[in-house]
Design a protein around this ligand. Structure first.
Ligand SMILES: Cc1ncc(COP(=O)(O)O)c(C=O)c1O
Length: 458
């Protein structure tokens, strides 16, 4: 079958370069420093709280929770989300028309692009970006227009707030054309840790109102902020009319991986993540992946209905028992004190881990939200003759730094230039991203190992 000319992967997957997650995972597996302390991917090192875990277990015992859910989501979950967010909106959100449930935030965003993007339509995204945006926009034929966030000028020498990563509004305005259909915003931001200020959001929102651009506001880290957090849709009725807000129960409730799959194929290629919510059936092979993680989108009824329509065609409905568990999560989070605790706990992890940078005299961007920290490692000297494999040697310096950290100190982190176009990658080539959503002992062990960097400092 391998030599056959008809059975071959589509260009959109076959031409992809090796993704950062497999580079880092392979490096971690090959490192002499086992076990590796993995601060790379943003998965939690601990479980969701008991009131949510127990709700998931209870749901599995109920007949109706093991069957298809309505395609727009279970009524209990839509209501729980509408109730939880109405206070921020300052009005009652209608759970039937303004909320739709998706299979993770990622599938929700794919549905939003599928709903509104025609071939050739332009979508503005800021660099660094969440990597899945790219394929999600390209699948319906969208053209991506990139606008960089500018790092602080003194980033290589001084720690400063993640707020100092800024947008040049003249650059943003120049990127807008008559074909600009959507803009994607991410706040709190992965990987920078920036929480966009009200003023910045207002400027972006005003440009979108002026040019009639849909705003996809990716707010998956919306419960993790350490400075005041403004939600784009709440700025004004005009901005709200254009805004679809994206949420993720995986991020909110420490459950990024409620995913179940079976896969059988005789073809010589593996599925890629943009397709992991889609069900393919071919005569000689079966390929089934189910991704039951729960995300949702909120927005004006006239936008949300089309997102729901696309979602129906992509994965029909999202996993029933875990929707039920998430409903309980939203119903009880406030009274359990969970939202406050999630901030206190993550901020304490952030502070605990970041103590190491003062010791090493390495500057970082002090996060305003989320669970990632970007550290500037310009001062780390990589030995000139270090044996980097070709697929790392050919990438920007941050890939070499990440490889070196894994091999020499046994800590895995992510090179952020993966989230840039080649033209702007130089902006982040001295940075490395660490995820701090790990147990405190893991953070302490990471710090102990990172002290090993001292001998490579200028
Ligand atoms: C900025 C951002 N948006 C969206 C997602 C996807 O969320 P989900 O796991 O709910 O699909 C992530 C996950 O890392 C993310 O960092």
């Amino acid at each position: 079958m391998e030599g056959s000319s008809k059975i071959k992967p589509a260009a959109r997957v076959s031409g992809q370069k090796q993704d950062v997650w497999s580079i880092i995972n392979e490096a971690a597996a090959a490192s002499p420093k086992q076990p590796i302390v993995n601060m790379g991917q943003g998965f939690f090192g601990y479980n969701p709280p008991d009131f949510i875990l127990n709700a998931a277990k209870d749901a599995l015992d109920r007949v109706e929770c093991n069957q298809y859910s309505p395609t727009k989501g279970r009524p209990r979950l839509k209501k729980a989300i509408a109730d939880a967010y109405s206070p921020f909106w300052g009005r009652k959100i209608d759970p039937e028309t303004e909320v739709t449930i998706t299979t993770g935030a990622n599938e929700g965003m794919l549905s939003a692009f599928m709903a509104f993007i025609e071939p050739g339509d332009e979508v503005i995204i800021f660099e660094p970006f969440f990597d899945q945006y790219i394929s999600n926009i390209e699948m319906p034929g969208g053209k991506i227009v990139y606008v960089p966030m500018h790092p602080p000028e003194t980033g290589a020498t001084k720690t400063s707030s993640a707020a100092d990563w800024t947008i040049d509004f003249a650059e943003l305005e120049k990127a807008i054309t008559p074909r600009t259909k959507m803009i994607v915003l991410n706040t709190p931001h992965n990987p920078v840790g920036k929480v966009y200020s009200r003023d910045e959001l207002q400027k972006i929102g005003d440009l979108c109102v002026k040019n009639e651009i849909i705003i996809l506001s990716d707010e998956v880290y919306d419960r993790l902020y350490y400075v005041p957090f403004t939600r784009m849709a709440t700025l004004s009725p005009e901005i709200e009319k254009l805004t679809i807000t994206v949420g993720s129960a995986g991020k909110n409730f420490y459950a990024t991986g409620w995913r179940v799959g079976t896969f059988r194929s005789t073809l010589p290629f593996s599925p890629v993540s943009p397709f992991n919510s889609i069900f393919f059936r071919l005569s000689s092979l079966t390929f089934v992946l189910l991704s039951p993680l729960t995300g949702w989108l909120m927005g004006p009824a006239n936008l949300i209905k089309y997102v729901s329509a696309a979602h129906t065609r992509i994965c029909y409905s999202s996993v029933s028992p875990l929707q039920e568990a998430c409903a309980v999560g939203f119903e009880q989070a406030e009274s359990e004190g969970f939202w406050d605790k999630t901030i206190t706990d993550m901020k304490s992890k952030m502070d605990r881990f970041n103590e190491i940078w003062a010791e090493l005299d390495l500057p970082y961007s002090e996060p305003e939200g989320g669970y990632f920290v970007l550290v500037n490692m310009k001062k780390v000297q990589l030995p000139a003759d270090y044996p980097f494999p070709e697929h790392v040697a050919s990438r920007p310096r941050d890939f070499k730094l990440a490889w070196f950290l894994i091999q020499e100190v046994g800590v895995a982190a992510i090179p952020p230039t993966e989230f840039y176009t080649p033209a702007n990658a130089h902006l982040a080539e001295d940075y490395v991203r660490f995820a701090v959503c790990k147990d405190d002992e893991v953070l302490e062990e990471a710090k102990r190992r990172l002290r090993g960097l001292k001998k490579y400092m200028q």
